[in-house]
Structures are given as structure tokens and as C-alpha cells.
Design a protein around this ligand. Structure first.
Ligand SMILES: *Cc1c(COP(=O)(O)O)cnc(C)c1O
Length: 413
């Protein structure tokens, strides 16, 4: 019998043998690793033996977390990084060369969008498209297109990419398909099901959940045939073919760029991951209740949540995900200042970050999406009054009460 994933996550460290019978993987903070014989050190260096040589390339604690993420994504392997951005940038830097072309969703987390403009300066071309329709992705493809990048549910407007359609397209054309699964998490969705090659996570968000660690990861689903990828160096075309891509990402990305996840943060993320299922279920329920309440609130002009029937991709989200996520955004009617709404909230924290146990809200256009300018915000469908809410695991009634008191304060103005 195959046990449920929630059970397997809890027992993953022991299954792989944690030292002294510890119930979870201990914290390994050594920078260097020593060997009795120089031959053994050399064998590990050359990849002929598994082991650790230097902390920048990982340690047993982060390796245990990587194994857990691999399990969660039903992947063949995972490389962890110091943050979600480090995972995205290291992966692309490791796999792309000057002259390559990337197609990405236009609906992206702000810092990822900012990175794509840097990537353009480094000599790659990036085409941003409305990825809610695979036809737009198809139109943008060129002979030199090496990868397609999308978020499952886009932060902050919650557009749901045409995940399955793009997967078919990438599979047929042998293009690396990278899916950022941060907002859905493996509890709601596994990108492998729609043909993703690589799955990205900001582990800082719901997988950690407690807002006390930064981390990122990239997992290989095993679906992409790396023999077909022109930029893989001969040195990394060795061993099992399914590992070639990750090997180059680990060497050219993690080792050379150095965005290494610390053991302490890796340990906290692994502990947080143990309760991902419970937390996501609670947070998704809260998000649905708040989104429904806000949709009926007179001072609110729009609510963007894939769980609402009014959402453009509600049907797709229902088909693909086993829940609608813990993030939504809403707009206020003309004349209601979103800052007044935010300031009237007493329980909800005015804060960046998402996927936290606590409910957080921020004025999206004037914070994360400010630097990019109005034109770009318009193309991302981010209204000036947009408030992003990352819903936590507080009691539903307390969250509803906070929004109720905030809006009644505004209504009485
Ligand atoms: C936060 C976030 C990132 C970046 O992750 P960090 O850990 O903050 O670097 C990437 N993608 C999405 C969808 C995010 O929400």
C-alpha cells in the first residue's frame, strides 16, 4: 500500500536514516567535510562517489529537505537554494546561453518579472505573453526558444496559466517547461501532471509557512529528455540521463553562483513542510470565506480568487487543483482609498510576504509592483487599488470579523 503523501513527508527523514535514530534530520552546520583517504575525497569531487565536500554545494540537512521536496513533487531530484529568486536565477543562468529565447507568462511575481528584464540585458530574449491561453505561447515560440516559464496561480492577480495546454506544446517541441508552483504547493497541484520539466518553489512561502526562513528549490520531474537539450556541457552528460539537467544546475547554478540554502533555514523549512497539508487546507478554507464575503461587500468592485465562479479560470482551477489557494486580491470602488481599507484592519498585518500562518495584506501596485511602472502594471492587470491578501490559518470567524469591522469603519466615514 502506498501511504498518503502527508504521512510520507512526516516519516521521510527516518526512512532515509537520520543519525542516532533522530526523528528528523539533524542540523549539519560544518562548512567542510573530511575523508580518511585522499582518494575518497577525490572520488566525491569527481562525482564517482556520493558525499559532501564543501558547504556551498549542500550539506546533509539541506539534502534531506531536497529529498522531501522530491517526494512532494513526485520528482527525480531537487536542488535547494537560499531563496526562490536564487532558485529561478541559478536555474536559468545554468541552462541558458546568449542568443537563447525564453517565453514567459506576463502575469508574474514582480521580482521574477524584474529578473527577466535583467536576463534580456545579459543577451537572452524574453517574450512575455498572456499564458492563460497556450495559443499565445505557441505564437511566441521560435527555433531558439529554450524554455517556457509560468506560475500556476499568478501572484497577485491570480490568473491561472493554461498549464496543460502549454505542457502539451512544450512536450511536442522538446522545450524545457518550468512551472513555479509556489502558490499552489504540492498539496493542491503537481506540475508533473501537466508535463512540467522543472518545478520551482519559493520555500519561504507556504512550504515553510512560519515566516522564519528563506529558501527556494528546483525539482526535475524526469519528463524532459536532457539528451535533446543543446546547452548541456559534456561534463554533465554522465550517469542517469534524468539527472543531467539537475547536475548542471547544481554545478553551474548552485556551486558557481553560490546562492546556497543554509542548514538552519533548510531545517526550519523541513519542519514547516511537515504540516503543509493541514495548513493549506485551513488557509484555503479561510481564503474562500473571505473572498466570498468581499465579493458581496458594497465598497469592493472586484475580487480575484480562482475559487469564485466569477474568476475567468475558475473551471480550469477546479479541473487542475485540489483547492484554490490561500491568496486572493481585490479592488475597491472609486472613492475608497485602499490605504484606508488596509489601515482599518486590526488583525491582518500590513506586510509583504505570502504563504505565512498569519494573514498579510499589502497595496500591490504601490509596493512590489511599483518599480516596474504603470504600463507594465496595466499589462499585468494590476489596478492601482489592488490589495493582495495572503490568508493564514487564524480562525475563520476572526478574519471575517476583522474585515467586517474595517469596512463598517469606512462605511461610516
Ligand atoms: C516569493 C515568490 C518568489 C521568490 O521567492 P523568494 O523566496 O522570496 O526569493 C518566486 N515566485 C513566487 C510565485 C513567489 O511568490
Amino acid at each position: 500500500m502506498t501511504r498518503d503523501i502527508s504521512t510520507r513527508i512526516l516519516h521521510a527523514d527516518r526512512a532515509a536514516g537520520a543519525e542516532h535514530g533522530a526523528t528528523h534530520k539533524p542540523l549539519h552546520i560544518a562548512t567542510g567535510y573530511g575523508y580518511e583517504r585522499a582518494e575518497d575525497l577525490t572520488a566525491v569531487f569527481q562525482g564517482d562517489k556520493s558525499g559532501y565536500v564543501y558547504g556551498r554545494q549542500g550539506n546533509p540537512t539541506t539534502a534531506a529537505l531536497e529529498a522531501k521536496i522530491t517526494l512532494m513533487e513526485d520528482a527525480v531530484g531537487t536542488v535547494s537554494f537560499a531563496s526562490g529568486m536564487a532558485a529561478i536565477i541559478s536555474t536559468m543562468t545554468a541552462l541558458l546561453q546568449r542568443g537563447d529565447h525564453v517565453v514567459a507568462s506576463r502575469f508574474l511575481f514582480g521580482n521574477t518579472a524584474s529578473w527577466f528584464s535583467t536576463l534580456t540585458q545579459l543577451g537572452c530574449e524574453v517574450t512575455l505573453v498572456d499564458a492563460t491561453d497556450a495559443a499565445n505561447v505557441e505564437q511566441a515560440l521560435r527555433p531558439e526558444t529554450r524554455m517556457v516559464f509560468v506560475e500556476t496561480i499568478a501572484n497577485p492577480r491570480t490568473q491561472v496559466a493554461d498549464l496543460a495546454g502549454i505542457g502539451q506544446l512544450c512536450t511536442a517541441r522538446q522545450i524545457v517547461y518550468i512551472v513555479d508552483n509556489t502558490l499552489t504547493t504540492p498539496r493542491l497541484f503537481r506540475p508533473k501532471a501537466v508535463g512540467a520539466s522543472l518545478v520551482i518553489h519559493s520555500l519561504s512561502k507556504a512550504i515553510c509557512g512560519h515566516g522564519n526562513a528563506l529558501g527556494g528549490s528546483v525539482s526535475d520531474t524526469g519528463l524532459y529528455d536532457w539528451a535533446a537539450y543543446p546547452n548541456l556541457l559534456p561534463a554533465y552528460r554522465k550517469g542517469a540521463q534524468a539527472n543531467w539537467g539537475l547536475l548542471q544546475i547544481r554545478k553551474k547554478g548552485l556551486r558557481d553562483l553560490g546562492g546556497t540554502l543554509s542548514a538552519e533555514h533548510g531545517h526550519r523549512i523541513a519542519t514547516g513542510a511537515e504540516t503543509l497539508t493541514l495548513r493549506m487546507e485551513r488557509a484555503c478554507g479561510n481564503a474562500m470565506a473571505l473572498a466570498r464575503w468581499l465579493e458581496a461587500a458594497p465598497l469592493v468592485s472586484a475580487v480575484h480568487y480562482p475559487g469564485l465562479k466569477s474568476h475567468d479560470q475558475h473551471g480550469r482551477a477546479t479541473d487542475l487543483f485540489s483547492g484554490y489557494g490561500a491568496l486572493f486580491s481585490f479592488e475597491t470602488v472609486d472613492g475608497v482609498d485602499p490605504f484606508d481599507v488596509l489601515n482599518a484592519l486590526e488583525l491582518v498585518i500590513k506586510s509583504s510576504h505570502l504563504g505565512d500562518n498569519r494573514t498579510l495584506a499589502l497595496p500591490a501596485a504601490r509596493t512590489i509592483f511599483w518599480e516596474m511602472g504603470e504600463q507594465m502594471r496595466q499589462s499585468m492587470q494590476i489596478a492601482d487599488s489592488l490589495i493582495r491578501v495572503s490568508v493564514g490559518i487564524e480562525a475563520e470567524a476572526d478574519l471575517l470579523a476583522d474585515f467586517e469591522q474595517a469596512f463598517s469603519k469606512l462605511g461610516n466615514k
